[in-house]
Design a binder for this molecule. Structure first.
Ligand code: ATP
Ligand code: MG
Length: 282
C-alpha cells in the first residue's frame, strides 16, 4: 500500500485533520471552512422526518442568509422544534440535506461537531449552573468551547476576563456578575444562557421560544438584544408571541404540517388566506 497522499486522502476526514495541524488537541473533526460566498448560511433541502409514518417534516426547504434575523411561526405541531433538531444533529432526516454555508453537510455530522462548527442552540429551559456566579457560568461556557479554551485560557487569562466582560455587557448582566445565577429573574437566566452561547462566538444561533414566560419588559429587551446580534450572527427564532415577532421585524416563515406555508414580512403572511385558515382552524 502506498504511503504517499492520494486524492482519496482528501476525502478522509482524519487525514484532513492531520494535515490541517490545528494543534488544538480537540477530538472533534474540523469540517471545511464555512463558505457564505453565496450569502446563504443555512440551506435546508427537501427535509423529511417521519415518526412511525407520521411526517413531522415533509419535504421542507428553506434558506437563511448570513446575518439574517429570521422568525419561524406556525401552529403547535407544525415541526418547528423538529426542524431545529435536524439542524443541530439531534434528529437525522429520512430524506434531504441540510447545509451550513455552501459546503458543510450537517446531516453527516454529530451534535458536538455541529456545535463546534458554529451553530448554537438555546433550549426553552435554561441549563445554567445556579450555584455558580453569573461570571463563572460564562467562564465555564468558554471552557466547553475546546478551541477557544486551548487558544485563550491556558495562556492569557486577561483575554478570558475581557471576553466574559464583553458578553456580560451584551446581555446586560454586568451589574450581576458576582451574583449566584440561581438568584436571577427568569428573564435574566434566559439572557445568561444566551450569553453562554454567545461567548462561544457561534455563526448561527437557534432560539426556540426564547421569550416564553418573560415579562413584557424582559421580552422587549430580548428583542433589542436579538436585533443587535443580527449581522454579526445569523439568528433563527421560533416564537408564538406575535408582538415580539413584530418587534424583531425580520422575514417570517410560516410552517404548517412540516412544510413552508408562507414566507415574507409579518404583515404579508398575516394577511395570507392560507395562514389565516391554519391559525383560525376551519
Ligand atoms: N420524538 C418524537 N416522536 C414522535 N413524534 C414526534 C417526536 N417529536 C415530535 N413529534 C411530533 O412531530 C410533530 C411536530 O412536532 P414539533 O415539536 O416539531 O412541533 P412544534 O412546531 O415545535 O410545536 P410547538 O409549537 O407545540 O412547540 C408533532 O406532531 C409531534 O407530536
Ligand atoms: Mg416546539
Amino acid at each position: 500500500m502506498s504511503t504517499t497522499s492520494t486524492a482519496l486522502d482528501a476525502l478522509n476526514p482524519l487525514k484532513k485533520k492531520e494535515s490541517a495541524g490545528d494543534g488544538a488537541g480537540s477530538h472533534i473533526l474540523v469540517p471545511g471552512k464555512l463558505d457564505i460566498s453565496h450569502k446563504v448560511i443555512l440551506y435546508l433541502d427537501s427535509i423529511t422526518v417521519s415518526f412511525d409514518g407520521f411526517k413531522a417534516l415533509n419535504n421542507l426547504s428553506m434558506e437563511i442568509d448570513a446575518g439574517e434575523l429570521r422568525c419561524i411561526i406556525g401552529p403547535n405541531g407544525a415541526g418547528k422544534t423538529t426542524m431545529m433538531d435536524v439542524i443541530t444533529g439531534k434528529t437525522r432526516p429520512d430524506e434531504g440535506r441540510c447545509f451550513f454555508g455552501q459546503t458543510i453537510d450537517l446531516t453527516r455530522m454529530t451534535e458536538p461537531e455541529i456545535a463546534h462548527a458554529g451553530i448554537g442552540r438555546k433550549f426553552q429551559k435554561p441549563t445554567i449552573f445556579e450555584a455558580h456566579t453569573v461570571f463563572d457560568n460564562l467562564e465555564l461556557a468558554l471552557k466547553t468551547d475546546k478551541s477557544a479554551w486551548h487558544s485563550l485560557f491556558a495562556t492569557v487569562n486577561d483575554e478570558v476576563r475581557d471576553r466574559v466582560s464583553d458578553t456580560l455587557r451584551t446581555i446586560r448582566l454586568d451589574t450581576e456578575a458576582g451574583r449566584p445565577a440561581g438568584l436571577l429573574s427568569h428573564g435574566q437566566k434566559q439572557w445568561l444562557e444566551i450569553g453562554m452561547l454567545l461567548i462561544q462566538e457561534p455563526k448561527l444561533l437557534l432560539l426556540d421560544e426564547p421569550v416564553a414566560g418573560m415579562t413584557d419588559d424582559e421580552t422587549a429587551r430580548t428583542g433589542e438584544l436579538f436585533k443587535s446580534l443580527a449581522g454579526k450572527h445569523s439568528l433563527v427564532v421560533v416564537e408564538h408571541d406575535m408582538a415580539f415577532i413584530e418587534q424583531l421585524g425580520g422575514k417570517v416563515t410560516v410552517l404548517h404540517e412540516g412544510s413552508v406555508l408562507a414566507e415574507g414580512d409579518l404583515a404579508t403572511v398575516q394577511n395570507d388566506e392560507r395562514v389565516i385558515e391554519v391559525y383560525l382552524g376551519r
